[in-house]
Ligand binder design. Structure first.
Ligand code: ADP
Ligand code: ZN
Ligand code: ZN
Length: 712
């Protein structure tokens, strides 16, 4: 007798096959079991799911080819998490479930799987000699006590260097020592940028639980490494597996049977939002997952005990998170834990604004800023200059005619990179050697317009050429300017080498993009300068000021991290708008004041977190087709469930309208009610799918829904 099974497999996007498919098996297989099943002419990985799959009569269903046994089924919490994510982000269940599994797992057939399982490593002996962790400060101790005493979710609001990481370490340690079956998930925005954090976790936990107790999950790992980490997390402490998973956004889907704590470091960081496929927010899913784990642990209870806690940390929380953590009396649902002081570090830097209206036109460095940098160098300290644009110049232009380095495939200019004399499109990647003469008129007078990090580095080297840094007789004492950006760090290991140069003091001035503003624990930097960050003040994206404030606060946090150097650390900002309220709040390091002003504006304008949004994006051969598709689908929305509470805006071209010869348009969907938006989107998806077949939509290449989009 064979029985019918619901199995989730990867089906094509927008195919309408959103749920599990029906298969049959001789064995009774528990939900969560991994199986190999036929799909069309292929064989593919599937996950046995709960309930029944509709469709084929039992006799017609095809049999499961093989069972990947030897490991426990994926548990109910994991299946619910995946089910929720698929529903909420409007994607097929199979797409989300299979994407949440390590890629190598999808490729192994039954024989390969068996061989792979045999290779699992035995646990190593526990490493000796732990360095004694620091005694928590009063603020840290209070935060930890609050975390232990309440269910959360918690928002750890602490300035840069307030000791947030130390709170994460302690919370994880307390949990793992108290409960031998417990696991913790720690998420960071970009693991490549925070090798230091990983070292701190290894140093703290390897002596306590063995090196194998800590695994990583991020896209920089090889498929084999990812599978090994995944299997270890999935095995859980009971089977000698991982106790701590340290990972990027993808780690939110790690299978962890003993999950009791989720930490989301730098929770405001946009890289927690996946930007293709299922566009999930790992931060938001972390909140959901913790609540789900607690709910499933005590079914029926209205407010169960907190079996799994979640802790979001930031010096500049996202406005959504900040709003959720307002006092409970005002409706806040998260508990805010404030740590305003810096531990063991210098004071936060004094913020100085340079009014560029008072400077001669085309000034790159105001003389006062240059003098301040020179002074730091003379004292053997380091300075950091932030410019959020890489390359030499954003445009190359002809002096005789109106030729500019436009990309033939995109509505954007190609960036001039002087180092390898190329023009490179940062959107489609199209790269050519810089032409010897103007392609349009033949003149050889081609000149860079504007400035990127490459040019800034060159300029600074010239400006500082006459200076010497302190040093011994006979030593090379010329000033060293290092640049760190996506170009300088393209090769594996380059970033680590360059950061090590900064830490070793082999660099006097560090120039770079936002890459250098995040997380690094530079000890000798005492001056940070941001050149012309004004674009974000008047951007059409309502989140631009929030991102700028956060970036500048983070950058400021790189200065004065060592009390021995940081007595008078400074952050300089060159701006045309020194009177802007954003800078006034920044001067006082006053995130709450900034957030309050922004939230008032958002409430008045009915924008998130006071409303809920989704974007539908369409790519097509022509802009007309992209827009026609969206507008037609919009006409079909009347009368759908939830439609009464929905505003649908007209289709508009995206800011960069054409990329790689594809025209792009988008349509904003907004509602004061998250539930109404969800109901509406689920129904509207059918309309969108049908509209795609209409003659007007000919030329549409692809479309996608982005729920809670981050950039508009
Ligand atoms: P954040 O994550 O908020 O930037 P960290 O946890 O990295 O802060 O702490 C900043 C620095 O202070 C680190 O060098 C850390 O080792 C040190 N530190 C943190 N907590 C303590 C403490 N309780 N006692 C002594 N030093 C501490
Ligand atoms: Zn020309
Ligand atoms: Zn291009």
């Amino acid at each position: 007798m064979s029985s019918a099974l619901a199995v989730v497999v990867q089906t094509p996007a927008h195919s309408g096959l959103a749920g599990p498919l029906r298969y049959r098996s001789e064995l009774a297989l528990a939900p969560g079991t991994l199986v190999r099943v036929p799909l069309g002419t292929r064989e593919t990985l599937g996950v046995v799911w709960d309930g029944e799959a509709p469709g084929l009569a039992e006799g017609e269903a095809r049999p499961v080819t093989a069972v990947l046994d030897g490991i426990a089924p994926l548990n109910l919490a994991w299946r619910r998490l995946v089910g929720f994510a698929a529903g909420y982000y409007q994607r097929a269940l199979g797409e989300v479930a299979l994407a949440a599994l390590p890629p190598q797992l999808r490729e192994l057939d039954a024989a390969q799987w068996e061989r792979r399982l045999k290779r699992r490593k035995p646990a190593e002996p526990v490493a000796p000699a732990a360095a004694l962790p620091p005694e928590p400060s009063a603020e840290q101790a209070q935060a930890l006590a609050q975390i232990a005493a309440a269910p959360g979710p918690f928002v750890l609001f602490g300035s840069t260097g307030s000791g947030k990481t130390e709170v994460y370490l302690r919370a994880v340690q307390d949990l793992l020592l108290a409960d031998p079956q417990a696991q913790a998930l720690v998420m960071v925005p970009e693991i490549n940028l925070t090798p230091q954090l990983q070292e701190r976790f290894v140093a703290r936990f390897a002596p306590l639980f063995g090196r194998q107790a800590l695994v990583s999950l991020h896209s920089g790992m090889t498929p084999a490494q990812r599978l090994a980490s995944w299997l270890s997390a999935h095995a859980g402490p009971g089977a000698g597996g991982a106790r701590i998973v340290l990972g990027t956004r993808m780690a939110v889907f790690a299978s962890m049977p003993g999950l009791r704590l989720i930490v989301v470091d730098e929770e405001h960081d946009p890289s927690y939002k996946q930007q293709e496929g299922a566009r999930y927010s790992a931060r938001d899913l972390a909140i959901y997952r913790a609540q789900l784990e607690s709910r499933l642990a005590s079914p029926g209870a209205q407010v169960g005990p907190a079996r799994c806690r979640v802790l979001l940390g930031s010096a500049t929380p996202s406005l959504e998170t900040w709003h959720h953590s307002r006092p409970a009396a005002e409706g806040g649902k998260y508990q805010r834990l404030a740590m305003p002081s810096r531990v063991g570090l210098g004071r936060l830097p004094a913020v100085r604004l340079v009014d560029m209206n008072q400077q001669p036109r085309k000034t790159v460095f105001a003389p006062a800023l240059l003098a301040a940098i020179a002074e730091r160098i003379a004292r053997g300290e380091q300075a950091m200059v932030l410019l959020n644009r890489r390359g030499y110049a954003p445009v190359l232009a002809c002096g005789s005619c109106d030729w500019k380095s436009e990309c033939p495939n995109c509505s954007a200019y190609r960036v001039f990179h002087k180092i390898d004399r190329t023009l490179r499109c940062h959107h489609c990647g199209f790269t050519e050697r810089v032409p010897r003469a103007c392609p349009s008129c033949g003149d050889i007078d081609l000149a860079p317009v504007g400035r990127g990090t490459e040019r800034l580095q060159e300029h600074l080297e010239e400006l500082l050429a006459g200076l010497e840094r302190p040093g011994a007789e006979g030593e090379d004492r010329r000033v060293r300017v290092l640049r760190i950006d996506a170009d300088s760090t393209r090769h594996k290991g380059a970033l680590e080498t360059q950061l090590a140069q900064v830490h070793a003091g082999d660099v006097d001035v560090l120039v770079g993009t936002q890459m250098i503003a995040k997380g690094h624990d530079f000890r000798r930097i005492t001056l940070v300068a941001a050149l012309n960050p004004d674009g974000a003040l008047f951007s059409s994206d309502f989140r631009a000021p929030e991102r700028l404030f956060s970036l500048l606060m983070q950058a400021a946090g790189r200065a004065g991290r060592d009390a021995a150097h940081g007595a008078a650390s400074e952050m300089w900002i060159q701006t045309d708008h020194p009177q802007h309220a954003l800078f006034a709040a920044l001067r006082r390091h006053d995130y709450p004041a900034f957030a309050k002003a922004q939230l008032e504006e958002r409430e008045q304008a009915g924008m998130p977190p006071f409303s809920f949004q989704a974007l539908v994006r369409a790519d097509a051969r022509t802009q007309e087709a992209a827009q026609a598709f969206l507008n037609l689908a919009s006409q079909g929305a009347a009368g759908l469930p939830g439609a009464g509470d929905i505003s649908l805006y007209a289709a508009v071209p995206m800011t960069i309208q054409r990329v790689a010869n594809v025209e792009r348009a988008q349509m904003l969907v907004e509602s004061p009610s998250r539930a109404a938006l969800q109901r509406f989107l689920a129904a509207w998806l059918e309309v969108l799918r049908a509209t795609r077949q209409a003659p007007e939509a000919k030329g549409v290449i692809r479309w996608a829904v982005d729920v809670d989009p981050l950039s508009i």
